[in-house]
Design a protein around this ligand. Structure first.
Ligand SMILES: [Fe+2]
Length: 191
């Protein structure tokens, strides 16, 4: 079954995100959806044709995580944006964050610090399904560093395409804008 790109144009108009930046980001996301579908088709054709020992098969298999996660992580990211209000400090997510980090403020400091690290990738607040614990994780590119069995709760894109058009090298300013637009209800709903 082929994946269809989702429409996130409702995010246009968010404070701190230009239309140009968002449109570029949507186009990039759509490319990951296209490539995920292409890879699934190619791999399935190679399986049917008995070509699974070919080096091309192995390389496409390896690449699948890159394209699939490039698609899915952008969906999580766009879906946890577009919020207007502050986090409900009496809600389930606030309580879990305080449990895991000592306070909401300590969590925010750690999440932002991970986002400010040199390198391209993602910051993910994960919930471990086995223990219920929350932790902030750096994901290099799309496909390296994910925690097995953990559920993404809040995702921030820190690839340069996510901010350079609007902020140049000022990544901290982008992170501030990201925080102003978090859809906390969407994040809390993932717990
Ligand atoms: Fe991105």
């Amino acid at each position: 079954m082929a994946y269809a790109p989702k429409d996130y144009t409702k995010l246009i108009g968010m404070e701190g995100f230009s239309q140009t930046l968002l449109n570029n980001h949507f186009t990039l996301y759509q490319g990951y959806v296209t490539n995920t579908n292409k890879l699934m088709d190619s791999l399935s054709a190679m399986l049917k044709d008995g070509k699974t020992t070919a080096p091309e098969y192995a390389e496409l298999k390896r690449r699948f995580g890159w394209e699939f996660n490039g698609m899915r992580l952008h969906e999580y990211y766009f879906e946890n944006l577009g919020g207007k209000g502050a986090m409900d400090k009496a809600g389930a997510l606030a309580k879990k964050l305080a449990q895991a980090f000592g306070s909401y403020e300590a969590w925010e400091q750690d999440f932002k610090a991970a986002g400010a690290m040199r390198g391209i990738g993602w910051v993910i607040l994960y919930q471990d399904d086995a223990s219920g614990n929350l932790c902030n994780t750096w994901i290099n590119e799309h496909d390296t560093g994910h925690l097995a069995g953990c559920r993404p709760v809040l995702i921030m894109d820190v690839f340069e395409h996510a901010f350079m058009i609007d902020y140049g090298l000022k990544r901290a300013d982008y992170i501030t804008a990201f925080f102003k637009n978090i859809n906390w209800k969407a994040a809390e709903g993932r717990l």
